[in-house]
Design a protein around this ligand. Structure first.
Ligand code: PXL
Length: 276
């Protein structure tokens, strides 16, 4: 059985991280091996200070067990919020051992010019070790700047500033496709994709809805790994993920800004995914 490993936090409340990934990937008919890197009571944004528990011994033993299952072919992986540098080291060891055909690393660690609460200052540098092993990375602009060791600036997301940052991450040894998310172009919000040997990016976006949407990146990364697992090219997978995320954003836009901290509404997205 082919399956996709999902390695990110399990947060009890709402539809972020591995919960969103499970919705999406199961809706796409993909078998998963869900390996929570950390357990939280909620997202770190919007609910005060969450309870956090690492699960490294469970993680190690589960990985060891799954490696003995002869009929299981874990050929792709989605890596998201890991929470600690220790978890990054464990996942990097796992990635080195597995040689996944698709390894999508979403270096979840910040937004809007700042590192999320609870991360140590060396977290971005450690995340670079995983970025180097990836086949695709999906940072937002803040995360791309953190990865290259720069203090993130929110204001300048010009083509030039982005091209400089992409050059720097390439020089530091990241050869994978870079899908830079949350970027505004042509009156739309979407992503700029820099394929491996190309410097001219490809933009895919949607008309923006007002306000902030929590967990969009988690859902988008799950869609992208799902479409890649289904055999689509990177450009086709980004295009389809962009169309699909619009459905979840449009549904979530109908609830109040205050309620959006619970993550994306995925009912219509699931209907769409299960009908295609
Ligand atoms: O949606 C990204 C995310 C994932 N996991 C945890 C988070 C966040 C964003 O705040 O706190 C635990």
């Amino acid at each position: 059985m082919k399956a996709t490993a999902v390695v990110e936090d399990f947060s009890a409340l709402g539809t972020i991280s591995s919960v969103a990934a499970m919705d999406v990937l199961h809706g796409m008919g993909i078998t998963t091996a869900v390996l929570p890197a950390m357990f939280l009571s909620s997202s770190t944004e919007g609910f005060g200070t969450p309870v956090k528990m690492t699960a490294s011994s469970w993680f190690r033993k589960t990985v060891a067990h799954l490696q003995t299952v002869s009929h299981l072919e874990l050929d792709s992986a989605l890596i998201g919020y890991l929470g600690t540098t220790g978890a990054i080291a464990e996942v990097a060891a796992l990635a080195t051992h597995n040689n996944w055909q698709t390894l999508l690393v979403d270096p979840v660690m910040g937004d809007n010019g700042r590192l999320y609460d609870g991360f140590s200052p060396d977290y971005p540098a450690k995340m670079m070790t995983l970025a180097k092993l990836s086949t695709v990375i999906t940072p937002n602009w803040t995360e791309l700047q953190l990865l290259i060791g720069e203090k993130p600036v929110k204001s300048d997301e010009s083509d030039q500033a982005i091209a400089n940052a992409v050059n720097k991450i390439r020089q530091k040894g990241v050869e994978s496709t870079i899908v830079l998310t949350g970027i505004h172009r042509q009156g739309k919000i979407g992503s700029l994709t820099f394929l491996r040997h190309e410097t001219t990016p490809f933009f895919a976006g949607n008309e923006p809805f007002p306000g902030h949407f929590y967990g969009t990146g988690d859902t988008f990364a799950a869609l992208l790994v799902g479409y890649l697992q289904q055999g689509l090219s990177l450009v086709a997978a980004v295009t389809k993920s962009t169309a699909a995320i619009r459905i979840a954003v449009a549904e979530t836009a109908e609830i109040s800004q205050a309620d959006r901290v619970y993550g994306m509404r995925t009912r219509r997205l699931l209907k769409y995914l299960t009908n295609t």
